[in-house]
Design a protein around this ligand. Structure first.
Ligand code: NBX
Length: 829
């Protein structure tokens, strides 16, 4: 608020240069100014970290400039905006990505060299912003990059957790979790907006009152917490547009608890105020199921309420009537986590804006769309009614009203089919009466997106079968994608240069379909030489990293075989381990002449287990136990090494992916909604060993199944195989490797017993035994292909060349056109 004071615009223009300058001298001066005045160090003495901070601030200035221009322009044009609500964003590091997208990397590198620093060294000083668990959250980050690059008028909204995803440390082969206090040394990429804040209310009661002769409900909340905005500019590539990711932090409200103060309980009053901050304290690290915790619900409502107040304020600045709301606003909810926003929009429109219910509902149904990232019905969120009624009493009433009307509508189509009605109901009866957030989303959203074709099919035929029968037009496939800016340009600059050189243009960085042009050169010996050199240099970098972290020396001639992702039974890291044990066992039983024919492998595994997920934690321990045995066995030498990379995160992925030859995606068919890791490997020319699940099916269509190693049961075979249950025997080879673990060949016999039980004794829900033989065949095919390096390199080039479809640019275009109805709004300056 400027009050009476108005800036003298003429004067301002006179004092400032039009834009910040990007020549090397200006950048050097800028960095030194930030050393002196922002970091407050002497320009004659500062270390790498301080240099990084100063550098980051200088980049931030340039981001802010574009971000201001972009928002000024959006305001002037007032296009329909997309608001992307997500409880998680895995942004990773920002420095290299920002200078790349701003197009001033060379200038900065040069400026730093002049000052005696190296850009890459300073970039390593940055920690990861890990405000998310896995695929869902990294996909949100890729989407932000594409939205900015494609000039869409978009905002991201989320929570500014004080603690991101836990740090994984390994002690004696076991995972331990440590807090990730990522803000310890400040965060140069965010802008704190102390003046952009909204009260968010909780608890209390609902009362009836009469307004203009009409009965209405009002919520008398019991607690108020302030949401303060932290803005994170997201620059597009090859455009001046920079959009905003606004994250909310919880602060104590300014409304003092007067009673406590007057009763003299000053200390307790202050302590209680401080408790407000716990709402945005920590990210929930479990990516499996919803636990019905009060804090989690408060986090969801906190960020949803603040975001909607912000969105509505922006709308009301320019518009008088909510009739226009759907023409100006599209709300995308990332999984069902933000779906309480549906009830909140209804509450605001009905209780505060005094719209009729049906009019409000019509508006809500026209603005919301949802993307589901889960496959299993168990993965869908349910909130106990008692909990919701206590934290958000008015929202519970609203959800009941939505459900009542839904049931009335359903009765018209399905009559008295009570089984169906109870399946479709938003309220789940049972021991714990709960709200099904997915059903709430389905009832309201105009579009329900699946993240791959296979996944959408599962949603239509299993998870939401009844809703699909009723509203088939709502169901859409938007196959995931990843941004080639981060996953090629930033993380694999040598590959980036090769692609640009052979295509004769850098245009593929914005229009990735052009990358298909590489197919033409897939057999060119010159390209092969460059390609192999690039891979070798990347492997060298990775080998150094592995040695520093684990003291294991690996041979660059070996095939680098990688599986990095969250640890889950359905992702079957255990299948990988059992395959490694089989390989080890074979090598142990070979004579020297046979050994000469073995393709040496470095098996690299990385990923975090949810802290309470015992089976996943045992799999991590098994990786270490096997690694201990194999890596120290003189009979094996360089033929097999096993490496667990601790604390897997976005920046580790940026290093590992470009340096790998083969990557594994082993989910039991029908369990991985999409998978996005495989797309990053594909772009980087790493061959894929995968089941026909999620996006791998579409990858095979793009590059040809002959250019990857597919194995295992198909999606539609899995249910019947499970039916067979105990009668289904794995191969002898499978029994043998499980027995080795059971018998304590790798130690920890008692500890691994229950892990072995999960795949034997009639269990084996994820069909490891059934798929084992076909897995080993696929592995053997990969070995054979690797021996023929020309063939391998050709397959690798064809992988990169066929990766165009898996850019998040394509995904975002589909969302923009099919779900959101938005147009680009490009800042002309
Ligand atoms: O979303 C993942 C899926 O498992 C992948 O198949 C898919 O590619 C990716 C992007 O669509 N899901 C995921 O990452 N889920 C979570 O992280 C998650 C987090 C919190 C939670 C439930 C799931 N309560």
């Amino acid at each position: 608020e400027l009050g009476d004071r108005k800036p003298k615009v003429e004067k301002m223009f006179g004092l400032m240069d039009e834009f910040l300058k990007n020549d090397s001298i200006s950048l050097q001066k800028d960095i030194l100014d930030h050393v002196e005045f922002t970091v407050a160090r002497s320009r004659f003495s500062f270390d790498d970290f301080e240099a990084y901070q100063a550098l980051a601030h200088s980049v931030r200035d340039r981001l802010i400039e574009r971000w201001h221009d972009t928002h000024q322009y959006f305001k002037k044009k007032d296009p329909k905006r997309i608001y992307f609500l997500s409880l998680e964003f895995l942004m990773g590091r920002s420095l290299t990505n920002s200078v790349t997208n701003l197009g001033i990397q060379d200038q900065y590198a040069d400026a730093l060299t002049q000052l005696g620093f190296e850009f890459e060294v300073l970039a390593e000083q940055e920690g990861d912003a890990a405000l998310g668990n896995g695929g869902l959250a990294r996909f949100a980050a890729c989407q932000m990059d594409s939205l900015a690059t494609l000039d869409y008028p978009a905002w991201g909204y989320g929570l500014r957790y004080q603690y991101g995803l836990f740090r994984q440390i390994i002690v004696d082969g076991f995972q331990h979790e440590q807090p990730d206090f990522w803000l310890n040394f400040g965060n140069p990429w965010e802008i704190e907006r102390v003046h952009v804040s909204y009260p968010v209310k909780f608890y209390g009661t609902v009362e009836e009152e009469v307004l203009n002769g009409k009965k209405c409900k009002i919520w008398i909340p019991g607690e108020s917490v302030e949401a303060v905005a932290y803005d994170n500019p997201i620059p597009g590539y090859g455009t001046r547009n920079a959009i905003n990711l606004r994250l909310w932090a919880a602060k104590p409200s300014d409304q003092y608890d007067m009673e406590s103060y007057t009763t003299g309980d000053y200390i307790n009053a202050i302590v209680n105020r401080q408790k407000a901050e716990t709402i945005s304290n920590v990210l929930y690290p479990d990516d499996r199921s919803y636990q019905g915790k009060e804090l989690r619900l408060k986090q969801q409502y906190f960020f949803v309420s603040a975001s909607l107040q912000d969105i509505m304020r922006r709308f009301k600045d320019l518009h008088r009537s909510f009739d226009e709301f759907p023409e100006k606003v599209a709300l995308q909810i990332n999984d069902t986590h933000p779906s309480i926003s549906i009830a909140e929009v209804m509450r605001v429109l009905v209780d505060e804006e005094h719209l009729d219910w049906s009019k409000a509902w019509d508006i809500a149904c026209r603005i919301f769309s949802v993307t589901i990232h889960a496959v299993q019905p168990e993965g869908l969120e349910k909130i106990p009614v008692d909990l919701l009624g206590s934290v958000l009493p008015r929202h519970l009433e609203i959800i009941y009203e939505i459900n009542y009307r839904l049931m009335e509508e359903l009765k018209k189509s399905f009559g008295q089919d009570y089984d169906k009605l109870s399946r479709m109901s938003i309220i789940e009866e049972g021991a714990v009466k709960s709200i099904r957030m997915a059903n709430l989303s389905l009832a309201c959203c105009h579009t329900v997106n699946g993240v791959s074709r296979v996944h959408l099919e599962t949603l239509k035929t299993r998870v939401f079968k009844d809703f699909y029968a009723l509203w088939p037009q709502k169901f859409q496939c938007k196959t995931n994608g990843v941004t080639q800016r981060r996953w090629i340009v930033v993380s694999n600059p040598s590959l980036c240069s090769i692609i640009s050189k052979w295509l004769g243009t850098e245009a593929w960085i914005r229009n990735v379909d052009l990358i298909a042009g590489l197919r033409e050169y897939a057999k060119d010996p010159d390209l092969h030489t460059e390609w192999k050199n690039m891979k070798r240099v990347n492997k060298m970098r990775l080998a150094e990293y592995i040695e520093t972290l684990t003291s294991v020396k690996v041979s660059l001639d070996a095939m680098f075989d990688v599986q990095i992702k969250r640890i889950h039974e359905y992702k079957r890291q255990l299948l990988n381990m059992l395959g490694i044990i089989h390989r080890y066992d074979c090598i142990k039983n070979m004579d020297e002449s046979d050994k000469r024919r073995v393709v040496p492998r470095v098996c690299i595994i990385g990923g975090k287990a949810a802290p309470g997920y015992e089976v996943a934690k045992k799999i991590i321990k098994l990786c270490h136990a096997v690694a201990d045995k194999v890596n120290n066995d003189p009979d094996v030498g360089d033929l097999l090494k096993v490496v667990f990379i601790p604390d897997y995160n976005v920046s580790v992925a940026e290093l590992v992916i470009p340096g790998s030859d083969l990557s594994q995606h082993l989910s039991t068919a029908g369990h991985e909604a999409s998978g996005t890791g495989c797309m990053k490997f594909l772009m980087n020319g790493c061959l894929l060993l995968a089941t026909a699940d999620g996006s791998a099916v579409e990858i095979a269509e793009e590059i040809g199944a002959e250019n990857m190693f597919l194995f295992g049961a198909k999606v539609d075979e899995v249910p019947a195989l499970r039916e067979k249950g105990t009668t289904l025997k794995g191969s002898l080879q499978f029994a043998r490797v499980v027995r080795m673990v059971r018998d304590g060949y790798f130690g920890f016999k008692d500890y691994f017993k229950s892990l072995c039980d999960t795949v034997e004794d009639g269990g084996d829900f994820y069909l490891l035994g059934y798929d084992f033989a076909s897995y080993l065949e696929a592995q053997a095919a990969a070995d054979r292909a690797f021996v023929d390096q020309e063939k391998w390199t050709q397959m690798s080039i064809l992988s990169t060349a066929g990766s165009g479809k898996f850019s998040s640019d394509r995904t975002i275009e589909e969302y923009a056109q099919q779900s959101w109805g938005i147009e680009p709004c490009k800042c002309p300056f």
